[in-house]
Design a protein around this ligand. Structure first.
Ligand code: NAD
Length: 454
């Protein structure tokens, strides 16, 4: 095992291995985790209780999750030097132990110079204490730690399964029709961070190059400029992962989502390369939409996966109007970002949407919402997102029995109408409970036999 300065590798655990494209999971896997900033510790404590409860119940002590704390965001400032938010050791541990889980982190936006990692206040100077919350944990503005984690560990797919759980309040009429897994490319597109600030010499140089040398027209010279790289390699590994998932989980279709009608050489190429990898590597298992109508008279052969594509804006409409015609989506980074949050809003909001960032042999599971800073240390927010990310993690490890128990406990708890404030205010007759109590209820309701009546 690797040598770490500030991290303690638990002596009672073993490393998850990776061979021939598959994980090999011991009965006592070491799982690196960090709770995150803001409400992260609250949702992590509830999640840990639930995951440990499910594993204990499912395997009666034969299997056990062995946690290894790593640091990022505020805990990194506290444990390393005061300006380090993503220590190399954290990256090394996620890489070495292959499966990890994380809470949300403060991510500064805008053009201010410093940020308070406790309340996310944005500041232009660095006072000894935050003027909003009096914390001393103020650090220079940095690029997103989440994006850094994804890029440095090459976690190229952001995977978000979006489905409705009976009883969850939501804005659409038939949420049960929604059961879609979104694979969003995670490393390229405008998220590559190639941007030039308006007014700088670099931006002027790029402007001159584009307008004078490449003959492109940019409407106004006082433009900031961003570059959007989308590669064949990045696209094909993402679409390949989505198709493999569809095959393994017997999903009927994979839809390539893109804005190729406008951005032909990036988004349009994403579509073309997606079809190319589908036909080259999965020929016997897939049918394209063109083949379905041109060659097969619209009759889908049993057991095959339909590969289709849709323009991004149309996809937003389709997910609202005909969600049951979609099963797995593969999207570039930015469109996938918007689409994932819109999709989860349809089935009850970010408080209950799970997510994972997955690469070849390394995966980090995460709550999809942010740090909800105004609820920090109040034990109030909904831990559902991180708990369901834990379910994805158990499934990824092949611990399906424990994963099923968590879902069963969560469904029973929601149906019993014992929920956190975000659901309670939308569910007539519901009882509002704390974040920690919600976790405890789930554990209690695991294996409770029949679901509790709504
Ligand atoms: P947010 O997700 O923290 O909050 C948006 C809204 O949802 C707020 O009203 C919040 O109170 C509510 N909310 C969030 N999580 C909830 C939960 N579990 N239960 C109930 N309600 C919940 O987004 P924001 O306010 O835009 O961002 C706050 C901070 O989090 C920022 O620094 C942002 O950059 C960061 N952020 C981090 C991640 C991540 O780590 N993956 C994702 C998004 C935002």
């Amino acid at each position: 095992m690797g040598q770490y300065k500030r991290l303690k590798v638990p002596a009672n655990g073993a490393k998850i291995g990776w061979k021939d494209g598959k994980l090999s999971v011991p009965d006592n896997p070491i799982i690196p985790f960090f709770a995150g900033d803001g409400t992260g510790p609250d949702i992590w404590n509830a999640t840990r209780l639930v995951l440990e409860g499910a594993v204990e119940k499912a395997y009666e002590g034969k299997k056990k999750l062995v946690w290894m704390e790593v640091y990022a965001g505020l805990t990194a400032l506290k444990n390393y030097d005061k300006d380090t938010v993503l220590p190399q050791e954290t990256l090394d541990a996620f890489k070495e132990f292959r499966v990890g889980i994380k809470g949300p982190l403060t991510t500064p936006a805008g053009q201010f110079k410093f940020v308070c990692l406790v309340c996310a206040a944005e500041l232009n100077d660095r006072p000894a204490k935050c003027p909003k919350c009096s914390s001393e944990w103020i650090t220079p503005r940095f690029r997103s730690v989440n994006v850094g984690l994804r890029q440095k560990l090459d976690l190229y797919a952001c995977v978000r399964p979006v489905r409705w759980f009976t009883g969850v309040p939501c804005p659409v009429k038939a949420p049960e029709k929604f059961n879609i897994v979104i694979f969003r490319e995670n490393t390229e597109d405008i998220y590559a961070g190639i941007e030039f600030q308006q007014g700088t010499p670099e931006c002027r140089e790029v402007y001159e190059f584009l307008t004078k040398k490449m003959g492109k027209k940019i409407p106004f010279p006082d433009s900031g400029i961003g570059i959007k790289p989308i590669s064949k390699t990045g696209t094909q590994r993402l679409v390949r992962m989505a198709i493999k998932y569809a095959i393994a989980h017997k999903r009927p279709s994979v839809t390539i989502v893109h804005k190729g009608n406008i951005q032909k050489f990036t988004e349009g190429a994403f579509r073309d390369w997606g079809y190319e990898v589908a036909k080259a590597e999965f020929r016997d298992q897939i049918v394209t939409e063109a083949e379905l109508w041109d060659d097969l008279g619209g009759k889908m052969p049993a057991g095959k996966i339909l590969i289709k594509d849709r323009i991004a804006d149309q996809t937003f409409q389709q997910l609202l109007l005909r969600p049951d015609e979609y099963s797995v989506l593969a999207t570039p980074n930015l469109n996938g970002d918007y689409l994932s949050d819109a999709a989860v809003a349809q089935v009850g909001g970010l408080g209950i949407g799970p997510g994972a960032n997955i690469g070849d042999g390394v995966a980090v599971f995460e709550a999809t919402h942010g740090t909800a800073p105004k609820y920090t240390n109040k034990d109030q927010v909904n831990p559902g997102s991180l708990i369901l990310s834990g379910v994805m993690m158990l499934e990824h490890m092949g611990w399906q029995e424990a994963a099923d128990l968590v879902v069963k406990g969560l469904e029973a708890t929601i149906q019993a109408k014992t929920v956190t404030y975000d659901f309670e205010r939308q569910m007539p007759g519901a009882k509002k409970i704390k974040c920690s109590e919600f976790g405890a209820e789930i554990v209690k309701n695991m294996g409770a036999g029949k679901p509790v009546a709504a």
